[in-house]
Design a binder for this molecule. Structure first.
Ligand code: XIL
Length: 381
């Protein structure tokens, strides 16, 4: 009573609970959106496919996919046409694959890997060690048994898929300068139970369990100024230098790249370039692993949102694709119908339009700008 929605949002945002403007909304399907086709590119504007554009410069374009891949034919067809690499949104996370200690369930994840193989696509494993999407028993088990718990997990999973995945995100989001440690590592459940050596130990076990997958550290700084993002990028490079200096088998660095068009003016190009230069000099390959552009904080007007989102994609990719070490781009979802962003709805209750294809599987301006960015950076190799 008497407390406005805006006040609730403000209070929640102050507590850090909501991140971007929005509120948790399980009824995302009730959100408004533009009629099919109204803001789509004219027919034929999604050829050649993004996969073909990327492949001709020996790169990948792909997307994170979830279960509609198996139930929604229009989505499945779009994925088959546009992608040459896939990653699971959630089906390879700890909680999905090891629901009880030592009991593994590969049935769903296997369907994704089978699907990719059937359609000649590469696959990224995501992710072996991450403090989120963990099962409720993990903390106690780690305190009782130590690294053996992580080792069992990695051996079972990386072993199960050995030889079939292009790469594994062995460790995800382990740097977090905000936690105040000198090594800028995140004070997560693994660090607290095992100390900082859990990272190199995880890479060593992954290498044994799957001798062929490229082993990645997947990083989550935001490519904007403000906060501690510069320190975050530096912390990632420092971690990679430490690992490589000790002979740890790390071959790639992923940059998640969850962008927000409303913050586009804070884009810190210099830091991003610095990061790509340093990672390239370390001999690592780079992958953009989770690209999407939220339109939260922008006005309702769909045409305006689509333009600003598309521009944000383009600017980021123009900087990124200039680096030959960048082997590809995966968007976090492909169609707005299945973006995770609506779990925290826009305050105007219009659906978020964060991805290259709209909720009707039609290409948007963002799709055109992604294609143009690939075309503009054809590295001729
Ligand atoms: C997110 C998914 O999009 C959600 O559906 C899920 O509930 C939580 O995880 N960094 C990552 C991804 O590495 O795995 C996360 O994916 C988004 C942030």
């Amino acid at each position: 009573m008497g407390v406005s929605r805006r006040a609730v949002l403000r209070a929640a945002a102050a507590l850090g609970g909501l991140g971007a403007l929005g509120t948790r909304d399980p009824a995302a399907q009730e959100l408004r959106d533009a009629p099919c086709g109204e803001h789509a590119l004219p027919p034929g504007n999604d050829q050649p496919s993004l996969a073909a554009l990327a492949a001709r410069q020996n790169r990948f374009f792909g997307a994170a996919v979830k279960d509609p891949l198996f139930t929604d034919a229009s989505f499945r067809d779009l994925v088959i046409k546009q992608c040459n690499i896939l990653v699971c949104t959630y089906s390879m996370k700890w909680r999905s694959l090891e629901p009880e200690p030592g009991r593994f369930d590969f049935r769903l994840a296997d369907r994704y890997v089978d699907f990719a193989e059937e359609h000649g696509m590469a696959f990224r494993g995501h992710t072996l060690v991450w403090q989120k999407a963990t099962p409720p028993w993990l903390d106690d088990e780690l305190s009782a048994k130590g690294f053996a718990v992580v080792e069992r997990h990695i051996r079972a999973i990386a072993g199960h898929y050995a030889g079939r995945l292009r790469s594994w995100d062995v460790v995800n989001e382990a740097v977090w300068p905000e936690d105040g440690r000198a090594d800028r590592l995140r004070s997560n459940v693994f660090l607290e139970a095992l100390g900082p050596s859990y990272i190199e130990a995880a890479f060593a076990v992954a290498r044994e369990a799957d001798p062929t997958a490229l082993l990645y550290y997947n990083a989550n700084p935001a490519p904007y100024t403000g906060g501690q993002n510069r320190e975050h990028f530096e912390g990632v490079i420092a971690l990679l230098e430490r690992l490589l200096g000790r002979g740890v088998p790390v071959q790639g660095v992923g940059l998640q790249s969850h962008l927000a068009a409303a913050h586009a003016e804070k884009f810190d190009e210099a830091t991003l370039v610095w990061f790509y230069e340093r990672a390239s000099a370390l001999g690592l390959e780079i992958m953009i692993t989770e690209l999407d552009v939220s339109d939260k904080g922008l006005p309702t007007d769909v045409a305006l949102r689509d333009r600003l989102v598309a521009r944000t994609y383009r600017r980021f990719l123009d900087v990124t694709l200039a680096f030959p070490a960048v082997k590809g781009v995966l968007s976090w979802g492909l169609s707005d119908r299945f973006t995770g962003h609506n779990r925290w709805a826009r305050p105007d209750r219009w659906a978020v339009r964060a991805l290259p294809y709209d909720h009707c599987m039609q290409p948007k301006l963002a799709r055109r700008e992604i294609a143009e960015a690939f075309l503009a950076h054809d590295l001729d190799r």
